[in-house]
Design a protein around this ligand. Sequence first.
Ligand code: DQQ
Length: 548
Amino acid sequence: AAGHDSFRTAYHFQPAENWQNDPNGPMYYKGVYHFFYQHNPFRATWGNGNLSWGHSVSVDLINWSALENAMDPDSSFDINGCWSGSATFLADGTPVFLYTGIDANNNQVQNVAYPKNASDPLLREWVKPSYNPVIALPDDVVHDNFRDPSTAWIGRDGLWRVAVSAGLKDGTGSTLVYRSKDFQSWERNAEPLYSSGDAGMVECPDLFPVAGPGDQNGLDYTPSNGAAASYVLKQSVMVTLSDYYVLGRYDDAADTFSPVEADNDCRTWHRFDYGHVYASKSFYDAGKNRRVLWSWANESDPEADYIARGWAGVQTVPRRIWLSDDGKQLLQWPIEEIETLRKTRVGLLGAEMNAGGINEIIGVAGMQADVEVVFEVPSLEGAENLDPNQLLDPQMLCGEKGASVLGGVGPFGLIVLASGDLQEHTSVFFRVFRHDGKYKVLMCTDLRRSSTRADVYKPPYGGFVDIDIEKERSISLRTLVDHSVVESYGGGGRTVITARAYPEHVAMANSRLFMFNNGTGAVKVSKLDAWELAPAKVNLPGDGLITA
Ligand code: DQQ
């Protein structure tokens, strides 16, 4: 049954009960945000053959009301599951889904669905035409590796395009492009959008244009920005269970994509998140002219435990994404609407933290918190040396150099979800290294002491932060704590780490927050703001239905 338990999140999206995984078809329509998701309505596991599209609506992307499932597996072309897909607006503004059906022969095929009544802003009912599937399984594709149609885009020639993941029989992981005049009959382009023999099957492709460096506005696909804009291609890689993206150029005549200065193996690309998320999907939000990213964060405690809780899977806080000032990567930031949940605030200006310093942030309850802190680094003199092979694996480096391993410049950062005796705590921190005459900043979220339980997954996570610390001399950290979620944004959203934690002490609802510095060099906390966050309304019965 639904109901609260101490790990249930207060403001991260989840259904009232049972299983959720990938975000599907997010969109803004007639003043209402729609979120759909992979959902097993019967139990808290992924299940087999039971996947539906759950459906919730919101006016602020924070408070959500649950509607009936948008789609259930009930037709020959999806009878074994309605898997992931996307929403597209047709020329007249009507939204349409392209999604994967697991058909009666257990083949993966691509289907469309339309709103029964497009004048209803809530889009409660969806109709699957009987002419489905619109894209059958091709001969050279493995029968259970053909899925996850992207949002479609229209070219200067007036044809629609869609990207679909395909594991070819020769072992290549590919992203195919199909073209259509009418959204019903689709033809495969000879050239794939992406293909690699090394990364294996890739899933949930997302291709989208971005505005110029530093411009926080979003871009929608338009025929004219086809060749002009920079594009982002994102892939979810099954073997690493991680999402990767790269900037590149999209050729809107050939329908091919070329990464800018990057290896073709997508596992070498940037990561949206160096923690525990997968199957992310973005959408263009015409309401606020921005691009917003959703991602799924799975449970990482034993299956029997989440079955007993009756729910599994959350979504990260929706993030605004845009191109960094130097044009080299995307920046990510929690959408501004999250700030409406801020209540009690505590602040601090100009505190110095010496070696071994630890300061409690008193006055906000640490279970639902939003902490923004800026660390100034007066001297880089003591930075430890990094050898070249330590550059390859930031996660391993975070394991070797945890929060309690004294350093030169850092580790410094936050300790969250801490029990009174600090037996349980999760640390989120930076450490500055010297490498090749330059400085490298490592960001870590270390879960190894997050719970006294042995049977939960508690890795250290890590990624480098692409910041010129020598020039900037300061680095910011924002961490959102939500019961079993620790979502952290380093260096103004350059590096993001989302973790799931299961501390025993949260049952007592008395988690504490600290700042610390375990480096020999002093750091200055030039600014700290910490807020307790009010719970959002997230799909629970009694939360009420929004009215547009
Ligand atoms: N999850 C969906 C698939 C997708 C995978 C099935 C990614 O469509 O490839 O629930 O998590």
